[in-house]
Design a binder for this molecule. Structure first.
Ligand SMILES: O=C(O)CCC(=O)C(=O)O
Length: 289
């Protein structure tokens, strides 16, 4: 047996596991098959049009647009908290092959704690500034968090694919600063490493598995192409949520003050509620077709 090869239950090769450790990310190709990708897209359209009742789902729109526009779906920037409304999206979060890969990286046993769809619309899709996801989550150990970003359309440099700084997760937390939109909390200029960026182009169904301290960014979508993706955050069982003082140990300014993204500020009076910390158990689903 080739010890370096992926197997039926271990979809990542040793080289891919090593890449995650070294670079802070790895791409799992075809985590969702074409039927599951199509079902996710249909679910997002259904939630946008009302064909699927958005009981728990929250929609957020590109700045300067409203939800009364005729082309409502093409104004949406972000969906949150949809797994109980849309079984297809819940299946994606529970993808068996995805969790087999995460088991290889982090060990068995994790819960879903955040779910989003990021649907940077053609021409008006705005950038997501450089950041580390751990800056948004007051967990005491960022290494116990897994981020997963799954492309539903081809994600290319021209329509705002994920861009990352390989190895940046090894540098620990760096200070972030908020703008007046809670979607825009960014790494301060002194800590930016954008010159080392790598664009991660992906096909529909491919999943980017990334460390919560990885520096990453997406550019505006000035193309005519759609760029829909779902993003899930999990943490390993038993991971501990902390307070602002605890989070400050990872995200602090040179003067010692807090420099994470979890405190309401300015015009953004709300903050992620992490579904009140509700842990969602994983029930693996075959997403290969
Ligand atoms: O998909 C995007 O445009 C940005 C995703 C991301 O980095 C995030 O929401 O944390």
């Amino acid at each position: 047996m080739d010890m370096n090869a992926a197997t039926d239950t271990m979809p990542l090769s040793h080289a891919e596991v090593a890449q995650y450790r070294r670079d802070g990310y790895v791409v799992l190709r075809a985590a969702l098959g074409p039927r599951h990708v199509a079902a996710c897209i249909q679910a997002l359209t259904g939630l946008a049009t009302g064909a699927i009742p958005a009981r728990e789902t929250t929609l957020m729109f590109e700045t300067g647009t409203t939800d009364t526009d005729a082309e409502r779906e093409l104004r949406i920037r972000k969906y949150m908290d949809f797994t109980e409304d849309a079984p297809a999206l819940k299946a994606a979060a529970n993808s068996r092959v995805l969790h087999q890969a995460l088991d290889q990286l982090l060990g068995q046993g994790r819960v879903l704690f955040q779910e989003m769809a990021l649907v940077k619309p053609p021409r008006i899709g705005s950038e997501k500034p450089w950041h580390q996801d751990a800056s948004y989550f007051r967990l005491t150990d960022p290494a116990l968090i897994a981020g997963v970003w799954i492309a539903l359309d081809p994600a290319l440099t021209m329509n705002g694919c994920m861009e990352v700084v390989p190895g940046s997760h090894l540098g620990g937390g760096v200070p972030h600063v908020h703008e007046n939109d809670f979607n825009r909390c960014r790494i301060v200029p002194d800590a930016l490493r954008a010159g080392e960026r790598v664009a991660v182009e992906m096909q529909p169904g491919d999943a980017l598995l990334f460390h919560s301290l990885l520096h990453h960014f997406t550019a505006p979508n000035s193309s005519d192409l759609r760029r829909r993706a779902v993003q899930f955050h999990y943490h390993q069982e038993g991971a501990v949520w902390g307070d602002v003082a605890q989070h400050t140990r990872h995200f602090y300014n040179p003067d010692g003050s807090y420099a994470g993204c979890t405190v309401p500020h300015g015009a953004a009076q709300t903050n992620y509620n992490y579904r009140n910390g509700l842990p969602r158990a994983i029930t693996p689903v075959d997403t290969s077709d």
